[in-house]
Design a protein around this ligand. Structure first.
Ligand code: CP3
Length: 342
């Protein structure tokens, strides 16, 4: 059954629980590493035929959704903030956003003109998949994307981002407004190109306390999520370390709320409310444990979901590169076998 992922997003009953993985295409796969030996990460993203090839690679594991191969940072360049992926430090934005002049300069770009290669990849993937596996498009959340602009790369403290948020709240608001509008247009364009669901990755928003999230971020995420809801495709709203923010994230919106592994799924679902679908929530590092432990962890998540319609199985965050592919396969099979298996 090829629509079990979309059915679960709409809280309709399914034959078995649908499963896909964040970062299901990537370095843990031999075929991906072989392609990456020949092409840079950005080259893969910018060449629709290659993005198509990478998107399809994990489908032979039997996952129930494909996720577009791209990156949340791609809109930064047409916004006027070019970046590179460095081998050791992850992404590096060449000129981080520091003051009013930098925010003023940021362009609210047009996805069809500036990110046409991503939309072309969406169209190619849809043509290839037809009515089979559904395709998930995505973008970064306004806070998460803005944090890369301000920090200039990865950060554990988000010191510069928080400094701007507290000391120059109007500037921060202008920044999130611009980033949010880019994200809204980009997701709209992905849906128009054929994405059948979209996920907003607000990966780092868990760094904020509830008060700051509500005061400085919620309205910007809501503007994106509510606009996308008008398209009729399911919208997955995801963050890491957001156990304290679940109610506020629900207020911001999302057909499906993505949760990490820190709360048991039943507790998180209770907090979210059973009138909404949930995605998660196996600890990604469990995929580096012996396969029978990973499969048992998957069954524990299924027990917590208790057969209630509206559960999309996923990890609590992306697959790590060290993961053996055979364990990913074992988890797909365990989820599809359900709780009747030994
Ligand atoms: O999930 C998928 O399979 C789709 C593709 C995808 C990638 N990045 C490919 C990628 C998606 C959905 C993302 C989202 C993304 N990118 C997020 C949000 C999700 C999360 O993980 O929290 C963030 C924060 C980024 C930014 C980013 N991209 C970082 C910090 C890095 C470097 C760290 C790392 O893992 O190497 C990337 C690079 C990146 N994006 C890779 C892949 C497969 C690795 C690139 C490589 O091959 O070297």
């Amino acid at each position: 059954m090829h629509d079990r992922f979309l059915r679960a997003c709409r809280r309709e009953p399914t034959d078995v629980t649908p499963v896909w993985f964040m970062r299901q295409a990537g370095r843990y796969m031999r075929e991906y590493r072989e392609l990456r030996a020949r092409y840079g990460m950005l080259e893969l993203c910018r060449t629709p035929e290659l993005a198509l090839e990478v998107t399809l690679q994990p489908l032979r594991l039997g996952v129930d959704a494909a996720i577009l191969f791209a990156d949340i940072l791609l809109p930064l360049e047409p916004m006027g903030a070019p970046f590179a992926f460095s081998a050791d430090d992850g992404p590096v934005v060449h000129r981080p956003v520091q003051g009013p002049a930098d925010v003023e300069r940021l362009r609210v770009c047009e996805p069809e003109e500036d990110l046409g290669y991503v939309l072309e990849a969406v169209r190619l993937i849809r043509r290839e998949l037809g009515g089979k596996t559904p395709l998930v498009g995505f973008a970064g959340g306004p806070f998460t994307l803005a944090s890369y602009l301000v920090e200039g790369g990865r950060s554990s403290s988000f010191a510069r981002t928080k400094a701007m948020m507290w000391q120059e709240p109007e500037l921060f608001d202008l920044l999130l407004g611009k980033v949010g509008e880019v994200v809204r247009r980009f997701l709209r364009a992905q849906v128009a190109a054929g994405a059948q669901a979209v996920q907003l990755f607000d990966s780092w928003v868990g760094a904020l306390c509830t008060t700051d999230y509500r005061r400085h971020v919620l309205a910007h995420s809501r503007a994106v999520l509510h606009d996308l809801a008008q398209t009729g495709v399911p919208v997955i709203h995801f963050g890491v370390g957001t156990s304290h923010l679940l109610e506020a994230q629900c207020e911001a919106g999302g057909t499906v709320i993505g949760v990490d592994w820190r709360l048991p799924l039943d507790v998180a679902w209770q907090r979210i409310g059973h009138n909404r679908a949930i995605q998660g929530n196996l600890d990604p590092l469990l995929l580096c444990a012996p396969p029978e432990l990973a499969a048992e962890g998957a069954r524990e998540v299924l027990r917590r979901a208790a057969g209630r319609p509206g559960h999309v199985f996923n990890l609590g965050h992306g697959i790590v590169p060290e993961t053996p592919e055979s364990t990913v396969q074992a988890v797909v099979d365990a989820v599809h076998a359900g709780l009747t298996a030994p």
